[in-house]
Design a protein around this ligand. Structure first.
Ligand code: HEC
Ligand code: HEC
Length: 220
């Protein structure tokens, strides 16, 4: 009997472990990884059209951080895949019909393109630069922060009910946009209120910066 109970207990632990081990990274985070590998070359780190290949391509440096704002997801899908882009009308249409913007329909899945769009939206709305490496931040967040802040950063980690706390929802872009990178760094390094621990001495400065960048990409 004891063996059965123990294995049920172990199974429960194992499944709980799986849930955290396979945390789904947020779309903008996935999109950024794709952007860095496939788009940055022409469009530049911040989306301003100043990538190292831009000059060679003779690109009119369109600033994605502003143009994308007025474009719907459907239009962006057409622009990125190239599928149906001829049906796009209005401003800057001529740029889009040129061959310089590659057609990515064979390269990415629909989910990947949606992640790319999420990252382009992030570039258009975030007031803050990504100060550290979000890939590193993702790992540290799952290791130290998700117990309270939640696997997805929504502030609903398993500790919240146990100790009765309500951390802020890091997926809310309006709330997080109001906080500067320094505000976030300070809360992490020095702690905040009674239950946000101070991580000084536990997490290095560059890893704190990585966490801040990851938190920015949680915005939905
Ligand atoms: C070889 C260079 C090159 C690469 C790589 C590239 N683009 Fe482009 N892209 C262009 C050019 C040229 C245009 C048209 C001129 C402009 O608007 O910048 C363009 C336009 C766009 C636009 C439309 C901008 C507007 O008017 O709203 C979007 C969105 C876009 N690209 C997204 C992407 C994404 C996402 C990737 C990566 C998957 C990517 N591009 C990779 C060259 C490139
Ligand atoms: C024991 C639970 C707990 C853990 C673990 C925890 N936090 Fe927090 N965190 C909180 C609570 C509660 C708050 C809200 C504090 C307040 O406003 O009084 C908070 C606030 C914050 C804030 C400030 C946001 C604001 O309102 O200014 C940031 C940033 C933050 N946490 C990041 C992290 C990061 C990154 C980690 C992991 C390294 C982490 N937290 C781990 C509970 C936790």
């Amino acid at each position: 009997m004891r063996i059965i109970i123990n294995s049920a207990f172990l199974l429960a632990l194992f499944t709980a472990g799986l849930k955290t081990a396979f945390a789904e990274p947020p779309p903008a985070f996935e999109g950024r990884a794709l952007y860095v590998s496939y788009c940055q070359l022409c469009h530049g780190v911040g989306g301003k059209g100043d990538g190292p290949l831009a000059r060679a391509m003779g690109i009119e440096p369109a600033d994605l951080t502003t143009t994308v704002r007025s474009r719907s997801d459907t239009i962006l899908m057409k622009i990125i895949t190239g599928d149906g882009k001829q049906t796009i009308t209005g401003r800057d249409r001529h740029n889009l019909l040129s061959d310089t913007m590659p057609e990515w329909k064979e390269i990415f899945t629909e989910t990947q393109i949606k992640s790319l769009i999420a990252f382009l939206r992030f570039l258009g709305t975030s007031k803050h630069e990504l100060m550290g490496d979000p890939k590193v931040g993702f790992q540290i967040y799952q290791e130290y922060c998700q117990v309270c802040h939640g696997v997805d950063g929504d502030g609903e980690g398993i500790m919240t009910e146990l100790i009765g706390i309500t951390p802020m929802d890091h997926t809310n872009p309006i709330e997080t946009n109001d906080l500067s990178n320094m505000d976030l760094v300070n809360s992490i390094v020095n702690g905040k209120g009674r239950f946000m621990p101070a991580w000084r001495g536990i997490i290095s400065q560059s890893n704190v910066e990585a966490l801040v960048s990851y938190i920015r990409l949680l915005a939905q």
